[in-house]
Write a protein that binds this ligand. Structure first.
Ligand code: AMP
Ligand code: ZN
Length: 470
């Protein structure tokens, strides 16, 4: 598989170091609020990478996605809410797991949280190792990393060394993206803040040390195979993760760095403080299902920006519906023999799909292959050129595609567990049927018009009325 590596700025052939198991780390959510759909663009893209490595390339996975459950934001938010940091972050960890399930993300092998004792000890251990190698200094009870002690600091972000300010310190968890400064490893306790003491004095970890320490604790000695996250993390977060891990161990930290481009919003302003970021619940409240969002998020190549709007979400929903409608049509093929040309066409589509995925996760290309074969097979079904064994082969091929994409199975799972909304719609469809039986046609029409306004289309057929979303 070819994968773009931010470290080398080139596409390279990816094989895990041991040839069998991919050791991968993804920077997870800072759990001071529910994750928004921008966060989930990154997590969905890295889920598709994980699925491709497992199901297409056949590797085993050891994949760690952390929770940042202590930083300036989580501390401030929990204090404002009047609950402990642990109780506050627990809520959003729970919400994250729910959202991941709703978006069809595969469960990963480890979801460590920074404030678990084993992780805090790994962090202080790493800070001590950095101290022994002369990379740290203390000031007012906090420990800092001195970037002047690392000659190749800045290699991931390709920093201009002029921009590095020797001796200038920053100890906040939010950093400017332009100047490289000595960064905090362990922050001394401020009054009222949670505090831990495992050998670096009373305090709490800086954001960067969390990831370096948890990655190496859970994945073993560097280099790990893949480190991923959103593109905004390249600098300073990932640069600093490299500095810490490599200076503490003398070994390379990660071989491949994978960065997912930003999801933008239709309006310019997109800050959480303005309240115009959307989460999964907002998507549901607008009548969409999470499968439509998953489809949309992966339908644009992960290294291209994606501007979100409800219009393109509706288009994604329609595309996904075309796939499931097609498969329902295939399921209805009841008889007939195998057609060698159908099997040959499917084999070609399989090869093309795999080639696209293996080309730096070209999901749009892979979806193009699926729709092309869908069009041709629809025409073949019209011409009675698809028999039962062919239908079986079509299901198998699309099942294989969906192991990587994880979106058709998600839509089916949604269909199988109707939401409260769905139950209401089903009840209205039944009310309309009864109205028609009782010859109350005005009422029946009104129900149809009301449902139409909510984006629900009714299809009357011999077996009764089916409904679907526009
Ligand atoms: P955070 O909770 O801010 O630490 O972010 C969690 C993950 O989401 C990180 O990998 C971020 O890079 C990523 N992320 C945040 N905002 C966006 C966005 N608008 N588009 C894509 N990824 C994002
Ligand atoms: Zn990280």
């Amino acid at each position: 598989m070819r994968l773009y590596n931010t470290l080398t700025r080139t596409e390279e052939t990816f094989v895990p170091a041991d040839g069998k198991t991919v050791r991968m780390y993804t920077c997870g959510l800072t759990v001071y609020a529910r994750g928004h759909i921008g966060n989930f663009r990154t997590f969905v893209a890295l889920d598709v990478l994980r699925r491709a490595l497992r199901h297409q390339e056949g590797y085993a996975m050891r994949h760690v996605v952390n929770f940042t459950d202590v930083d300036d934001k989580t501390i401030t938010a929990s204090a404002q809410a009047g609950v402990s940091l642990r109780a506050y972050t627990d809520r959003y960890i729970q919400a994250f797991h729910e959202d991941c399930a709703a978006l069809g993300l595969e469960a990963v092998e480890e979801n460590p949280r920074a404030t678990d004792e084993a992780n805090l000890r790994a962090m202080t251990g790493m800070i001590q190792a950095l101290g022994e190698r002369g990379h740290t200094y203390e000031s007012e009870g906090s420990t800092y990393f001195r970037i002047a002690t690392m000659p190749d600091y800045g290699k991931l972000a390709r920093l201009d060394h002029e921009g590095i300010q020797a001796g200038a310190r920053v100890d906040a968890d939010t950093y400017t993206k332009h100047d490289a400064r000595d960064f905090v490893l362990w922050k001394s306790t401020k009054p009222g803040e949670p505090t831990w003491d495992y050998g670096c004095g009373p305090g709490r970890p800086g954001w960067h040390i969390e990831c370096s320490a948890m990655a190496l604790r859970l994945l073993g000695d560097g280099p790990i195979d893949i480190h991923g996250g959103g593109i905004d993390l390249i600098f300073p977060h990932h640069e600093n993760e490299i500095a810490q891990a490599e200076c503490a161990t003398g070994r390379q930290f990660a071989r491949f760095w994978v960065h997912v481009e930003f999801l933008n919003l239709e309006h310019e302003k997109m800050s959480k403080s303005l309240g115009n970021v959307y989460n999964i619940q907002d998507i549901r409240d607008r009548g969409f299902r999470p499968s439509a969002l998953r489809y949309l998020l992966m339908s644009v190549h992960y290294r291209k920006q994606l501007t979100f709007s409800f219009d393109i979400l509706a288009q994604a929903d329609a595309a996904l519906t075309r796939l499931t409608d097609f498969l329902a049509r295939v399921d209805a093929v009841a008889g007939g023999d195998a057609h060698p040309e159908v099997l040959a066409r499917l084999e070609a589509a399989r090869r093309a799909f795999r080639t696209h995925i293996a080309d730096d996760l070209n999901v749009p290309g892979a979806l193009g292959v699926m729709f092309e074969v869908l069009r041709e097979l629809n025409a073949a079904i019209d011409a009675r050129g698809v028999g039962r064994p062919d239908a079986e082969a079509i299901r198998a091929a699309f099942g294989e595609f969906d192991q990587v994409l994880g979106v058709i199975s998600l839509r089916r799972a949604e269909d199988a567990t109707p939401s409260a909304d769905d139950a209401e719609i089903t009840a209205l469809v039944e009310a309309r049927r009864l109205a028609r039986v009782n010859r109350q046609f005005a009422l029946a029409d009104q129900i149809r018009v009301d449902l139409d306004a909510r984006g629900i289309i009714l299809e009357d057929g011999p077996a009764g009325t089916r409904w679907k979303r526009k």
